[in-house]
Ligand binder design. Structure first.
Ligand SMILES: NC(=O)c1ccc[n+]([C@@H]2O[C@H](COP(=O)([O-])OP(=O)(O)OC[C@H]3O[C@@H](n4cnc5c(N)ncnc54)[C@H](OP(=O)(O)O)[C@@H]3O)[C@@H](O)[C@H]2O)c1
Length: 244
């Protein structure tokens, strides 16, 4: 196992859910962090709390990751504060339930711009730092929905399948620079994720012993602490009772 103590990580979607759990785990293990999300007040409070409770530096940037200018500004803040970037956790993501005969271009764009274009853009900026370092790790949070098709979640599935294809391609591009790429594919996790959900989905989720955000944080920690010669390319994690 490699320690992440003293390493530097960017975590997107760190204001709640899985991203928050990853931020807490990484800070406890001694990593210095940059947190990104839209909820500035939450990020500010969280940064103060993580610095107070752990011997680490935590900065944050308010950014809408569907907006390329916000992504560039956030990365500038990162570069002014840190010289190296060891780990990028591309976690921010949304899903909007709708059948394909409904929906609208604006709705599809919201999901695609965040889950795919934003993730690609932040990866592009990050690898420009990682390549000269000859070191780095990109962890992309996809989903079970990146492995199967699910009625009502077609656009979400398209983005998560896209994340898998993107990750596997850049893994091949970047291995010569000693940069690892991992995809984590959670099943149902108890968070606020999922908009427009049909009632039966909400009931199903609440009745199931779903995963906790901390379970996924442990998985992210597992992949980034493997020895240098071990690259965990893909990790699919479901609640024991989840069939899909
Ligand atoms: N929960 C599940 O069952 C599940 C299963 C499989 C995969 N996943 C994936 O896991 C990841 C995290 O989901 P979660 O369950 O933790 O969801 P969540 O609780 O809804 O958290 C989503 C995070 O993304 C941020 N975010 C949303 N829109 C954003 C935007 N436009 N710009 C910047 N940040 C944005 C949110 O912060 P702000 O609102 O402050 O911006 C929040 O921190 C997502 O990629 C999701 O697709 C979740």
């Amino acid at each position: 196992m490699q320690s992440i103590k003293g390493k530097t990580a960017i975590i997107t979607g760190a204001s709640k859910g899985i991203g928050l759990a990853v931020a807490q785990k990484f800070a406890q293990e001694g990593a210095n962090l940059m947190l990104i999300a839209r909820s500035e007040a939450t990020l500010k409070d969280l940064s103060v709390k993580l610095e107070r409770e752990n011997d680490v530096k935590v900065i944050y940037a308010k950014a809408d990751l569907t907006n390329s200018k916000d992504i560039e500004s956030a990365f500038e803040i990162f570069s002014k504060n840190f010289n190296t970037l060891d780990i990028l956790v591309n976690n921010a993501g949304r899903g909007i339930f709708n059948y394909i005969h409904n929906g609208s271009p604006a709705e599809w764009r919201e999901v695609i711009d965040l889950n795919l274009t934003g993730l690609i853009h932040l990866t592009n900026l990050s690898v420009k730092l990682m390549i000269p370092q000859k070191n780095g790790h990109i962890v992309n949070i996809s989903s079970v929905a990146g492995r199967v098709g699910i009625p009502g979640w077609s656009v979400y599935c398209a983005t998560k399948w896209g994340v898998v294809g993107f990750s596997e391609s850049i893994r091949k591009e970047l291995l010569k620079y000693n940069i690892r790429v991992s995809v984590i594919e959670p099943g149902v996790v108890t968070t606020e994720w999922g908009e427009n959900m049909p009632h039966e989905w909400i009931t199903q989720r609440s009745q199931m012993k779903a995963l906790k955000p901390e379970d996924i944080a442990e998985a992210v920690y597992y992949v980034v602490t493997q020895p240098a010669n071990v690259s965990v390319s893909e990790l699919l994690i479901r609640p024991t009772e989840q069939e899909r």
